[in-house]
Design a binder for this molecule. Structure first.
Ligand SMILES: [Zn+2]
Length: 74
């Protein structure tokens, strides 16, 4: 499970302060749903509509990203 720490909001002007940086990214939809995303060479469809944030410090990810592939066990 991932989630932003309680009360922590995305910080548009901040860089990730985690070590390593941008270890875990997620997009938060209007209804609060969090979607895992991964850094990518080109932005996916979700990147056109939402901003990804670090799930640890809530810094906004400034580079292209795509929705992470599902990794549920078969
Ligand atoms: Zn961070």
């Amino acid at each position: 499970m991932i989630g932003f720490p309680g009360g922590l909001r995305p910080r548009p002007d901040a860089a990730c302060t985690c070590e390593p940086a941008w270890l875990a990214l997620a997009v938060r939809l209007e209804d609060g749903t969090l979607i895992d995303v991964l850094p990518a060479a080109t932005p996916g469809g979700l990147a056109c509509l939402y901003a990804a944030c670090c799930t640890r410090c809530a810094a906004r990810y400034p580079h292209p990203f795509r929705v992470a592939p599902r990794t549920h066990a078969a």
